[in-house]
Design a protein around this ligand. Structure first.
Ligand code: PEP
Ligand code: MG
Length: 401
C-alpha cells in the first residue's frame, strides 16, 4: 500500500551554502522517498514563489501535511500534487512555498517508486517509455548572476550531440571543461569557478566564444564525434528598460541589435542551442529570432515560460521559441512539470530538463529526463551536486539497456 503515513520536512544545505527544504515521505508498507528543493539565482519573474525555508516548512506542516498523511497514495502523483495545490490555495504556491511543494512532490514520487520496487524513471515514465536518452548540456564557461567579474552571458554550454552514449557524452563535457582550463592557462587567464562549477574567467564574451569553440573542436577531434556548443544568455538579467536594451558593460544593444547579434553568433559558431536570448516579456523578439534561426538551432524559453503551461501556450500561439526548459521548482510539482512537457511535445517543442544554480545531491531530474524522453538535460559538468545527476544518468542507462 502506498498510503502516505508520514512526511518530515527539514532545512538542509544547498550547494551555495544556503538553507533549502528537504522532504522525507513514508508509506504504509514501508516505502520511502527523500528529495530536496533546488534554488535559482537568475530566477524568472513569473516563477512559483520560493519562501524562506523555515517559513515554507512551517506553512507546509500546517496546511499540506493534514491533506497528505493518511489521506493520499504516494503512488498516485496527480493526487499528491492536487493535495499540495489544495493546501496552498494560490496560483503560485505563495502560501506553502514552491520549495516545500516541490520537495514533497518529488519525495512522494520516490516513495511511490520504492513501493513498486521500480526505478523512479520507470514509475514516472512507464514500462513503455521510449528508448532514447537525453544529451547533457554542460556548462563550461559562465558569468552573469552565477559569477562576478566574468562573462556577461550566463552560460556557455558544451553539447555533445554526436556522442554514441550518455556516458560518452558526460565524459565529453568533462573533457571540454578540462581543455578550457588548459586554453585559459595558455592565454594567461586566471579562472575561478562559478556557482555551477563552470570556469568563470575575467574575459569578454567575444573571447569566451573563441575559447569554447577551440575547446569543443579539440575535444571532438580527440573523441571522434560531434560536439557543438550553445548558450544560456539569461537575457532578462541583461535587459534594462531604463537603459533602452541589453546591457553588456558599457555597451547597450537594442532589441533589434540583440536579435541580430544572436543570429550572427548562431551562424558563426554553429550554435546548437540558445536559451533566453531575449527578455522574459518579449514573445515578439523570441518569435523574430525563431523565424530567423529556428530551423538550425534550438531557441529555448526558461524565464520566458517558467515551466508554466499558460505561458508556454502563449509562446506556441506566437511561434516564440522551439523548445522549453523544464525546472520542476519553477512551477512547484512534478504533475505541473509533466503537463508542460506534454504540451511542448504535442506542439513540436523540444524539452530540456534542468537543474538550478543552487542544487543538492538530489537526482530526480535525471529520472524525469529519461522518463519523459527529453532531448536534453542541463545539469552542469563537474562538481558534486552536478555529477550526482550525471552519474545517475549513467547508472540509469546501464540499468535500462
Ligand atoms: C540554471 C539556471 O540558473 P538559475 O537556477 O540561477 O535560474 C538557468 O538560468 O537556466
Ligand atoms: Mg536559464
Amino acid at each position: 500500500m502506498t498510503l502516505i503515513t508520514n512526511v518530515s520536512l527539514r532545512r538542509v544545505l544547498d550547494s551555495r551554502g544556503n538553507p533549502t527544504v528537504e522532504a522525507d515521505v513514508l508509506t504504509e508498507s514501508g516505502g520511502f522517498g527523500r528529495a530536496a528543493a533546488p534554488s535559482g539565482a537568475s530566477t524568472g519573474e513569473y516563477e512559483a514563489i520560493e519562501l524562506e525555508p523555515s517559513e515554507a516548512i512551517a506553512a507546509a506542516r500546517e496546511h499540506a501535511l493534514p491533506r497528505l498523511v493518511g489521506e493520499v497514495y504516494a503512488g498516485n502523483q496527480r493526487e499528491v500534487d492536487a493535495a499540495l495545490h489544495a493546501a496552498d490555495g494560490t496560483d503560485d504556491f505563495s502560501a506553502i512555498g514552491a520549495n516545500s511543494a516541490v520537495a514533497i512532490s518529488m519525495a512522494a514520487a520516490k516513495a511511490g517508486a520504492d513501493v513498486l520496487g521500480a526505478p523512479l524513471y520507470q514509475h514516472l515514465g512507464g514500462t513503455f517509455r521510449g528508448e532514447s536518452f537525453p544529451t547533457p548540456l554542460g556548462n563550461v564557461v559562465g558569468g552573469g548572476e552565477h559569477a562576478k567579474e566574468a562573462t556577461h552571458i550566463q552560460e556557455f554550454l558544451a553539447a555533445p550531440v554526436g556522442a554514441p552514449s550518455v556516458s560518452e557524452a558526460v565524459f565529453a563535457n568533462a573533457a571540454v571543461h578540462a581543455r578550457i582550463s588548459e586554453i585559459l592557462d595558455d592565454r594567461g587567464v586566471p579562472a575561478a569557478k562559478g556557482d555551477e562549477g563552470a570556469w568563470a574567467p575575467p574575459i569578454s564574451d567575444a573571447e569566451a566564444f573563441e575559447v569554447v569553440d577551440e575547446a569543443v573542436a579539440d575535444t571532438a577531434d580527440e573523441l571522434g564525434f560531434e560536439i557543438g556548443f550553445g548558450l544560456d544568455m539569461a537575457a532578462a538579467e541583461l535587459y534594462d528598460a531604463d537603459e533602452g536594451g541589453y546591457v553588456y558593460g558599457d555597451e547597450v544593444k537594442s532589441t533589434a541589435e540583440q536579435v541580430d547579434y544572436v543570429a550572427e553568433m548562431v551562424d558563426e559558431y554553429d550554435l546548437v542551442y540558445v536559451e533566453d536570448p531575449l527578455d522574459e516579456d518579449d514573445y515578439e523578439g523570441f518569435a523574430d529570432l525563431t523565424d530567423r534561426v529556428g530551423d538550425r538551432t534550438l531557441i529555448c524559453g526558461d524565464d520566458l515560460f517558467v515551466t508554466n503551461v499558460e505561458r508556454l501556450q502563449d509562446g506556441i500561439d506566437a511561434d516564440a521559441g522551439n523548445s522549453i526548459l523544464i525546472k520542476p521548482n519553477q512551477i512547484g510539482t512534478l504533475s505541473d512539470a509533466f503537463d508542460a512537457i506534454e504540451l511542448a511535445t504535442e506542439n513540436g517543442y523540444e524539452t530540456v530538463i534542468s537543474h538550478r544554480s543552487g542544487e543538492t545531491e538530489d537526482t530526480t531530474i535525471a529520472h524525469l529526463a529519461v522518463a519523459t524522453d527529453a532531448g536534453f538535460i542541463k545539469t552542469g559538468t563537474v562538481q558534486g551536486e552536478r555529477t550526482a545527476k550525471l552519474n545517475e544518468l549513467i547508472r540509469i542507462a546501464d540499468d535500462a539497456v
